[in-house]
Design a protein around this ligand. Structure first.
Ligand SMILES: NC(=O)c1ccc[n+]([C@@H]2O[C@H](COP(=O)([O-])OP(=O)(O)OC[C@H]3O[C@@H](n4cnc5c(N)ncnc54)[C@H](O)[C@@H]3O)[C@@H](O)[C@H]2O)c1
Length: 356
């Protein structure tokens, strides 16, 4: 039976975050759970009622800061009638277990990226969501940016012709301290520069071109000590698409002092380059096909895509509209990253990932 809401949507955050972390680029980072609390409080029809974390001190401090209740025990959180949606912000390799338990308890879910760290675990959690009749959302803020959607519309309208080349770049910097906890472990991060950081651009690439055919990849751990960081800190992938396009993915956490993210698309009828949501350059052979670039801007705030996601997710949970981040759509970036890792392990073998 489908679970439908007709009132204020009550949220609970699972995994409040570790205060004062070093996350390159961000001035103060207290974990993504805090970003969710902030944007829940800004979204009409949404209310944060509770939070839950293994760390009692951090959980109680978060509850005071955001005026909600703290539950130390996840089962107690799931038993609360004033929780409609659980926002899963725990380390990536726990997303499946925490989502399945929420879904089986009849709660809707918002799950931070990546969906999970293996396709097997992801498919199990998607089954639980489907069988429980709850709704799920995967957090890929890039899909909400107006520039990304304008590029997608132009591709689908044929304004570029056949894209010849698409490049997704994630050129981040993370120091050794960043990797001192669950991050950089196969067990809980599930990978490195691709699975944790690069996944945003990898998802954006598949959001723009949905007909990926093959991938070949190489990786290494070059900038960080291998005894500290189990996973890759540099990865390269060559892609082919059924429509004929060739592409590349480049991900690293060694790009001091942090060179951000980019998507580039080149074709005979035009080229565009985006830095996450900013248009760096966009030119079309036919001027009539160039959108008004002054409209393709977002608010100047950190994690602004999370705000846009909540504006769509709240009506979605109420059954009032679709969601472009419906949970099953989180599978495709994971499938591509799993194929990148498999190809790299086989020394650059050609793999045909099953994205659907
Ligand atoms: N979309 C984005 O831009 C974005 C940005 C950062 C992080 N993330 C994702 O969010 C997730 C969390 O990342 P983070 O940076 O906030 O990590 P974090 O380490 O700051 O926070 C994780 C929290 O989960 C808690 N926790 C761990 N195991 C738990 C359990 N079994 N039960 C309850 N609480 C538990 C920890 O105590 C901690 O408070 C990761 O999957 C990460 O990939 C997404």
């Amino acid at each position: 039976m489908e679970v439908v809401l007709d009132k204020t949507v009550n949220f609970a955050v699972l995994g409040v975050g570790v205060p004062n972390q070093n996350l390159g680029g961000h001035s103060v980072y207290n974990g993504i759970g805090e970003v969710h609390a902030h944007f829940i409080s800004q979204t009409p029809g949404a209310r944060l009622t509770a939070c839950c974390d293994l760390n009692r001190d951090n959980g109680e401090a978060y509850a005071r800061k955001f005026s909600c209740d703290f539950e130390h025990d996840y089962e107690r959180l799931l038993a609360r009638p004033d929780v409609d949606v659980v926002v899963v912000c725990t380390p990536s390799g726990l997303h499946g277990e925490h989502t399945e338990r929420a879904a089986r308890a009849g709660k809707h879910v918002i799950v931070e990226k990546p969906l999970e760290i293996t396709l097997a675990k992801a498919d199990s959690m998607l089954t639980a969501v489907r069988e429980s009749g709850v709704k799920g959302v995967i957090v890929f803020p890039t899909r909400y940016y107006s520039a990304v959607n304008a590029v997608r519309d132009a591709i689908n309208a044929g304004h570029f012709g056949t894209p010849a080349l698409i490049n997704a770049l994630c050129l981040r910097y993370r120091d050794d301290v960043y990797y001192s906890g669950w991050r950089g472990t196969w067990a809980l991060d599930g990978g490195g520069a691709c699975m944790n950081q690069g996944i945003h651009m990898i998802d954006a690439l598949l959001y723009l071109l949905d007909d990926l055919a093959t991938v070949q990849a190489r990786w290494d751990t070059i900038g960080h000590p291998k005894d500290l960081v189990e996973v890759e800190d540099v990865a390269l992938a060559l892609l082919t698409f059924r429509r004929g396009t060739l592409g590349t993915i480049q991900c690293t956490t060694c790009a001091w002092p942090d060179h951000g993210e980019r998507i580039e698309l080149h074709a005979m009828d035009g080229s565009v380059s985006l830095a996450t949501h900013r248009v760096l350059d966009w030119q079309m052979a036919n001027d009539a096909h160039l959108p008004d670039l002054s409209t393709l801007v977002e608010r100047d705030e950190e994690f602004t895509g999370h705000r846009l996601l909540y504006l769509e997710a709240v009506p979605y949970f109420r059954g009032e509209g679709p969601c472009r981040c419906e949970i099953a759509s989180g599978r495709r970036s994971l499938a591509l990253i799993e194929a990148i890792y498999e190809s790299a392990r086989q020394g650059g073998a050609v793999i045909e990932p099953v994205l659907g």
